[in-house]
Design a protein around this ligand. Structure first.
Ligand code: ZN
Length: 84
């Protein structure tokens, strides 16, 4: 069976004309500091925010993950829809 959630996300991204970058999930599970790159280890789902033990930055779980995804996504080839 196809993973319904992943498929749906992919379709949604396509509908909105955005690039759907497939990101390796392996770096999403441990909480990686978006400021210094320190891997702070996996956090339980109820932990919404955490502090980097290396640089002391406070991170919102989702925002930090999003930043990491964005930084990973940069460098992939852009779509051809951005012509001006
Ligand atoms: Zn840090």
């Amino acid at each position: 069976m196809v993973n319904a959630r992943q498929t749906e996300d992919g379709y949604k991204a396509a509908e909105h004309g955005r690039v759907f970058v497939k990101v390796d999930r392996s770096f999403l599970s441990p909480q990686v500091c978006s400021a210094c790159g320190f891997r702070d280890g996996p956090k339980p789902l109820h932990v919404r925010a955490w502090m980097c033990q290396n640089c002391g930055s406070e991170h919102d779980r989702d925002h930090n993950a999003a930043r990491n995804v964005l930084s990973k996504g940069v460098g992939s080839s852009p779509p051809d829809g951005r012509r001006r």
